[in-house]
Design a protein around this ligand. Structure first.
Ligand SMILES: Nc1ncnc2c1ncn2[C@@H]1O[C@H](COP(=O)(O)OP(=O)(O)OP(=O)(O)O)[C@@H](O)[C@H]1O
Ligand SMILES: [Mg+2]
Length: 241
């Protein structure tokens, strides 16, 4: 029952979108997912209301400092994954939630401001490791990447992360209309109409690759052993940089 937290103290980095994509892919693979929605805009809760009741994705809105610990304990018992969508600002919830996480994902767009918000999260993780010997595996996922162009800004961000020896997922989340539209249409990438959404199949492929890569990490694999491999997944272990 791994807890995966999405964090970047810079607003608009793509946290909520990444949570949504991962949750719906995990659901497709047969896992039960609980999303703890601590984003004050409650996009995922709104998506859940538009989409209607689902048995395999449970969305808990209005998560606060006072409730997070209880909610994680409570939903760990009935979920294969807990995903936490944090606010895009500095908040005490960040440090508290990180402490309960098995993995922290840091979405970063190829721009300096986003990278700075991500660096704040990475510094906090580093602090926990140095001062309290608590090592929480973490990875950066590059978001809103242009499918056609490799921008200079993106290269700079990648280089910066490599210098700091921060692990970056091989799969970036590409800028796709489908990833925006899912919030207004409700449902998933698989209930959308391919005739009315540009490059829907490419969006599906990207979301699938993103979810599969996350599942391939050793920490996930260990935490999943008692859940049992579902959907014929064969996780590969990759070492963080
Ligand atoms: N890969 C993508 N393709 C297209 N649009 C995207 C993508 N990722 C994010 N967006 C759009 O960018 C905006 C910000 O994304 P999102 O809400 O996921 O970021 P966030 O980090 O959760 O923001 P906040 O910090 O405000 O909670 C939204 O309008 C979203 O639809
Ligand atoms: Mg958000």
């Amino acid at each position: 029952m791994p807890v995966i937290t999405f964090a970047n103290t810079k607003g608009g980095a793509g946290k909520t979108t990444a949570v949504m994509l991962l949750a719906t892919e995990l659901e497709r693979m047969g896992y039960r997912v609980t999303i703890l929605d601590a984003d004050p805009q409650y996009w995922i809760n709104r998506w859940s209301e538009t989409t209607g009741d689902r048995t395999t994705i449970k969305v808990i809105p209005y998560v606060t400092m006072a409730s997070i610990e209880r909610l994680i304990t409570e939903y760990k018992a009935v979920s294969d994954f807990i995903l936490v969508d944090l606010p895009g600002a500095r908040s005490p919830l960040l440090a508290k939630t990180i402490g309960y996480s098995d993995h922290v994902l840091i979405p970063i767009q190829g721009c300096a401001m986003d990278a700075q918000g991500g660096a704040h999260v990475i510094e906090l993780l580093q602090y926990l490791e140095d001062k309290a010997s608590i090592r929480i595996p973490h990875s950066v996922v590059l978001t809103r990447v242009n499918s056609m162009v490799t921008t200079r800004a993106l290269q700079v961000v990648k280089q910066l992360l490599a210098e700091r020896r921060v692990h970056v997922l091989d799969t970036p989340i590409i800028e796709r209309a489908a990833f925006r539209d899912i919030f207004s249409s409700g449902g998933t990438l698989y209930t959308m109409d391919p005739a009315s959404v540009t490059n829907l199949y490419k969006a599906q492929e990207n979301a699938r690759a993103f979810a599969e890569e996350i599942l391939s990490y050793a920490a996930m694999r260990l935490a999943l052993t008692h859940v049992g491999a579902k959907a014929g997944m064969t996780p590969q272990v990759r070492t963080a940089a």
